[in-house]
Design a protein around this ligand. Structure first.
Ligand code: SF4
Length: 245
């Protein structure tokens, strides 16, 4: 099986398990941008615990650009690194006002010019907020694409370039979002749950092989109900979902 075959089969199998959603709560591109910046080094649950009040107080770039940094810091403190994050979301908002008429631009070339926005954040915003294909490579996507032998690279830019050659653009956003969900719930960093994984019959890193040969392309046994930050599968005692973007 080629890497392209594995990518396509993994995309198909994960599509049957997970919706193509971000677990960051948002109602527009500005909120998605701010929430994604805040999600660095923390969980989506933590971000979702602070953003309703933050967006009620600062509903758009114009409001946040002129915010009192100390007030913003206090509001986002649970997400960690709050000094830097407050500075970044205020600066990003100011850049939106100065260069993009206060609107989040729907082009990766423009998004990456904003403070605190790299290709990962830009691709998430493009895919989730605008429906424009983008393959975001976070820590989960990096780990899973390497375990599935879709890449040998550890460089997110190279991983993005390699994987996007294996799939049609309309699959990029969904595959990235589903890899993130699968990485949080099944293909955990320290102890992947291979026996529970729907990719275990062809994943080169699998510690098990599914009995009875090839699985069907639809996975009903572990079908999921997704809630924000909740596991879609039966939990094991002592296990916790992984971290955020
Ligand atoms: S089979 Fe194991 S290593 Fe491969 S994707 Fe699934 S959980 Fe990860």
């Amino acid at each position: 099986m080629t890497a392209k075959d594995r990518a396509r089969l993994a995309a198909e199998r994960l599509k049957a398990l997970y919706p193509a959603v971000s677990e960051l709560e948002h109602t527009n591109a500005f909120q998605m941008l701010v929430a994604t910046i805040l999600s660095a080094q923390t969980t989506d649950r933590s971000v979702n615990s602070v953003t309703p009040a933050l967006f009620a107080r600062y509903p758009d770039a114009a409001a946040l650009a002129h915010a009192n940094p100390a007030e913003v810091e206090a509001m986002i403190k649970p997400t960690g690194f709050f000094h830097v994050k407050a500075k970044t979301i205020i600066a990003a908002s100011a850049a939106l006002i100065e260069h993009f008429h206060g609107e989040v631009p729907p082009r990766i070339e423009d998004l990456v010019t904003l403070p605190g926005v790299g290709r990962k954040t830009a691709n998430v915003v493009l895919g989730v907020a605008f429906g424009i294909p983008g393959f975001a490579v976070d820590t989960h996507v990096k780990r899973l694409t390497r375990r599935l032998h879709l890449t040998k690279s550890a460089d997110p830019v190279k991983i993005e370039a390699e994987v996007t050659k294996m799939l049609p653009p309309e699959e990029w956003t969904g595959f990235s979002l589903r890899l993130i969900l699968h990485g949080r719930r099944i293909c955990l960093a320290r102890a992947p749950r291979c026996p529970e994984c729907v990719l275990n019959d062809f994943c080169p890193s699998s510690t098990v092989r599914a009995r009875g040969g090839r699985r069907p392309l639809t996975a009903t046994a572990a079908s999921v109900r997704l809630g924000h930050g909740r596991s879609p599968v039966r939990k094991r005692p002592g296990r916790r979902p992984g971290t955020g973007h």
